[in-house]
Design a protein around this ligand. Structure first.
Ligand SMILES: O=C(O)C1=C[C@@H](OP(=O)(O)O)[C@@H](O)[C@H](O)C1
Ligand SMILES: C=C(OP(=O)(O)O)C(=O)O
Length: 438
């Protein structure tokens, strides 16, 4: 796919439902006897892979009109799947589902695509073995992997060694079918959708900020109550039209109804610190989460910033597109504390650095940091074809970049965009962007 400079971006961008909340709606619905109804579900491939997996464990899931109906089997009621569970490109699917089944007396084998089969799974299977589960994967904890669920699970107290909502969630979901109290301690707070949604389904869960970090305590074997869930729109998807509007001359784009949970909204504060003309309109509460309409306007005078390391977890998926905006700002944007970017769908520091350099932007990097040397508006060459390594966020970031570079930008593979943002191409075209299949 190729993108190139055109007129201003204008109008409203209705981005799809939140990916994290969509996965959790299906998984928690599958663990609940009765009917959970979900509207606004992200129908990206990652979430569809979670739906397929939940069916394999015994849940009934169907879409009628605009509503997804989930009939679950109850906590501890999972059936043993008859076949290998293919989670495609989705780390969230495989890690959360491994946790969910690890305390049931069943066996399941998981696999994924070439990207997912390279990603580390020991971070999840290490705590799951403490519950009594066993894991047999490829060397260094890679998929394909078989999990033998614990017959008599024990509750667990676990301090997560990496800042990861997927690890935290896997442990909490496993703790649902262990008798007694499961405790997760995270030094740096990560997205808290699992905690909020577990409470919504009726689990007894509490969170306390201590000097050890955030301590989350869950009582096992709850009686879940089916829910009606309205999924808010995804701030991680909103990032793309927002950042595009900031760098395309004359733009003025409204991105309505975006969830601004503080554990997710770090990018927008970083952009404001850079001097972006980005405002939150109509701030309100929906489903217990802060929500706003984002208005982004062309911002030719942005400056590079130091992004605080402690903010990393609140914007972890947004660094690729932030680095694109940074290329159009004056001065350096330094991004420390981001080692986790190296184990996403691709090594995102490496993938972005290669593409940015090919487009004429200087990037310095270390194991857990990187710095983009901004060239200022109007002075970014572009004209490169970039390898995306099966990573949707790399593909979308460079397509956004090409809307403002002097020469067009191309990505070798636009296919992965459908994992999280299947309507990206049409939505950008409706705003006036030139994004084409090549
Ligand atoms: O829990 C989740 O829904 C997610 C957690 C994050 O991953 P990590 O837990 O690996 O940081 C994020 O990158 C991913 O897109 C979704
Ligand atoms: C990291 C991501 O997803 P996952 O870990 O679910 O593959 C992402 O969507 O940017």
């Amino acid at each position: 796919m190729t993108s190139r400079r055109a007129g201003p971006l204008t109008g409203e961008a209705h981005v799809p439902g939140d990916k994290s909340i969509s996965h959790r709606s299906l998984i928690l619905g599958a663990m609940t006897v009765g009917e959970t109804k979900v509207t606004g579900l992200l129908e990206g491939q990652d979430v569809l892979d979670t739906a397929k997996a939940m069916r394999a464990f015994g849940a009934q899931i169907e879409k009628i009109g605009e509503t997804w109906h989930v009939h679950g089997v109850g906590v501890g009621g999972f059936l043993e799947p008859e076949n290998v569970i293919d989670c495609g490109n989705s780390g969230t699917s495989v890690r959360l589902i491994m946790g969910t089944m690890a305390t049931s007396p069943i066996v399941a084998t998981f696999t994924g695509d070439a990207s997912l089969n390279k990603r580390p799974m020991a971070r999840v299977t290490d705590p799951l073995t403490l519950f009594g589960a066993r894991a047999y994967g490829r060397s260094s904890g890679r998929l394909p992997m078989t999990i033998v669920g614990a017959k008599e699970p024990m509750p667990v107290r676990y301090a997560t060694p990496v800042p990861s909502a997927q690890v935290k969630s896997a442990v909490l979901l496993a703790g649902l079918n262990a008798p007694g109290e499961t405790v997760v301690i995270e030094r740096e707070s990560t997205r808290d959708h699992t905690e909020r949604m577990l409470a919504g389904f009726g689990a007894s869960i509490s969170t306390e900020d201590t000097k050890e970090g955030r301590v989350i305590t869950l009582q096992g074997r709850p009686e879940f109550v089916p829910q009606d869930i309205v999924v808010p729109r995804d701030p991680s998807s909103a990032a793309f039209p927002v950042c595009a509007a900031l760098i395309v001359e004359g733009s003025d784009v409204l991105v309505p109804n975006i969830g601004l949970n503080p554990t997710r909204a770090g990018l927008f504060f970083a952009l404001q610190e850079m001097g972006a003309n980005l405002t939150f309109e109509n701030m309100r509460e929906a489903g217990g989460e802060p929500v706003a309409d984002l208005r982004a306007k062309f911002s030719p005078d942005m400056k590079g910033i130091e992004v605080p390391a402690e903010r990393a977890a609140t914007m972890i998926d947004e660094y690729p597109v932030l680095s694109v905006v940074a290329a159009f700002a004056q001065g350096k944007t330094h991004m420390p504390g981001v080692k986790e970017l190296r184990v996403k769908e691709s090594d995102r520091i490496d993938a972005m650095a290669r593409g940015l350099r090919a487009a004429g932007v200087q990037v310095d990097e270390g194991e857990d940091w990187w710095t983009v040397h901004g060239r200022g508006f109007g002075d970014v060459a572009g004209g490169a074809t970039v390898e995306t390594f099966l990573d949707h966020r790399i593909a979308m970031s460079f397509l956004v970049m090409g809307l403002a570079t002097n020469a067009p930008m191309s990505v070798d593979d636009g296919q992965p965009i459908a994992t999280s943002f299947p309507i990206f191409e049409g939505l950008m075209a409706d705003l006036g962007a030139h994004v084409e299949r090549t």
